[in-house]
Design a protein around this ligand. Structure first.
Ligand SMILES: Nc1ncnc2c1ncn2[C@@H]1O[C@H](COP(=O)(O)OP(=O)(O)OP(=O)(O)O)[C@@H](O)[C@H]1O
Ligand SMILES: [Mg+2]
Length: 420
């Protein structure tokens, strides 16, 4: 606890720590202003949202820094006015296909199992894990961009589990045993994307305390025993991307994103019915809300075709994430794009699940802010699944700063020494 007190900037008047979470989405820039009390509990005091132009973002990543800064400034101002204060620190989410999140595990056989495990021994093990993870991220980003030597940076790292001789432990130091195993989740991103977020924060005059991979933030939001024990899949359907996270055996195993979201559906409607984009968007939203309309049948047909393509994308990603092992039976759905009823139907019905290692049709749960206990909302304005990702970012700002886990501390030291 003392740790975050040292880090958080404190508001003199309120005597509370305050912070801003910024979700720079393809469709909307979303800002949350929140405070953290003595016990580390977060409360949202202000929210703001600004729609982004079609050319401002490219599949979840910033394409025009100046325009994005303007949009974020509007969203921030709205949130700050509502809250009545202006934090100087911000946590920003990062998304996009080139953000690579995966867990790497290493097991080391100790030649002298009778000697207690020391911190330096653990540090060497973590160092090995991190080097392998970096190589893997570089390999996959190089392969996908077709460019050699793309600069890859570590966005964040977290320990997902440790054990000695198969015995799960929260801190192996001091234990004896032969096989030490450690798993670490890492998210890597190309420097160009991370740098753009740093520029946005700088131009908004905010101190960037943390960048978090968005699917990671969403998956951490539900800390229930149910999710911990049975695992879960998290699917965030945004405007430009769909983000997927897999939680299995208590920890996040991996995240994947692909560039297809609600905007693609709107674009199809605009193209096929020969309408301007805003008109097509309104038509889609009305249709999803079940409002009557002359063109509903045409819209339904277009969406059905597009959702089929989208579901094929999810299938591909899940197959990769599953790596042949059984997938958990529950899918949590969030993001504005998931408000189309067809999205939900595509995941729980039909043949979708049969082609994947699901034991039975997955249960699909819409993840609204009402399911979130980690952080509370005082504004009453966070009502639907579109607001979940910014809440996840706010929770990460609190969670990452408040843990005083010795393993995490060792991990941080290794990461600092690696300078990635
Ligand atoms: N009621 C609704 N019915 C159907 N679609 C909706 C509805 N409300 C919002 N959307 C769609 O949700 C999308 C925006 O969702 P969201 O705000 O989660 O995206 P984003 O975070 O900006 O994008 P991304 O996460 O891809 O970067 C838009 O495509 C919008 O059309
Ligand atoms: Mg989003």
């Amino acid at each position: 606890m003392a740790f975050w007190r040292r880090i958080w900037q404190r508001d003199e008047v309120q005597s509370l720590a305050v912070c801003t979470a910024l979700d720079i989405g393809t469709e909307f820039a979303k800002a949350l202003v929140f405070e953290i009390d003595e016990a580390g509990l977060g409360t949202v005091r202000g929210v703001g949202r600004k729609r982004q132009g079609l050319s401002h973002m490219q599949s979840g990543t910033v394409a025009d820094i100046a325009a994005v800064v303007d949009n974020c400034a509007v969203a921030l101002q709205e949130a700050e006015e509502m809250a009545g204060f202006r934090p100087t620190q911000v946590v920003i989410g990062i998304a996009g296909e080139l953000v690579k999140g995966f867990t790497t595990s290493h097991t080391q056989e100790r030649p002298k199992p009778d000697i207690p495990i020391t911190e330096s021994e653990l540090r060497r093990l973590i160092d090995g894990v991190q080097r392998e993870a970096l190589r893997e991220a570089q390999r996959s980003i190089t392969w996908e961009t077709g460019l050699p030597n793309v600069d890859v940076r570590l966005v964040h790292a977290a320990v997902t589990g440790a054990s000695v001789d198969g015995y799960p432990l929260s801190n192996p130091i001091g234990f004896r045993g032969r096989h030490v195993r450690i798993g670490i989740f890492n998210a890597f991103a190309p420097l160009v994307h991370l740098g753009a977020l740093q520029s946005v924060a700088g131009q908004l005059d905010l101190e960037l305390i943390e960048v978090v991979a968005e699917p990671y933030a969403v998956a951490r939001l539900l800390g229930t025993d149910q999710v911990q024990q049975a695992g879960a899949l998290f699917v965030d359907v945004g405007g430009g991307t769909t983000d997927v996270a897999l939680v299995r055996q208590g920890g996040i195993e991996g995240t994947r994103m692909f560039a297809l979201g609600g905007r693609a559906f709107t674009k199809s409607i605009a193209d096929r019915l020969d309408l301007p984009f805003p008109r097509a968007e309104a038509l889609k939203v009305d249709y999803a809300r079940g409002l009557p309309g002359d063109q509903n049948a045409a819209v339904a047909g277009i969406i059905r075709e597009d959702v089929e393509v989208w579901a094929a994308g999810v299938e591909l990603v899940l197959e990769e994430l599953a790596a042949g092992e059984p997938l958990p039976g529950r899918i949590y759905l969030c993001g504005g794009g998931s408000r189309l009823p067809e999205i939900r139907t595509a995941l729980q019905g039909g043949e979708f699940w049969r082609r994947l290692p699901f034991a039975r049709p997955p249960e699909v749960v819409v993840m609204g802010p009402d399911l979130v206990e980690a952080i509370s909302d005082d504004t009453g304005l966070l009502v639907d699944q579109q607001d979940v990702t910014p809440l996840g970012l706010a929770w990460q700002a609190i969670e990452l700063q408040s843990v005083e886990d010795p393993l995490e501390a060792t991990l941080r030291r290794v990461v600092r020494a690696m300078k990635v």
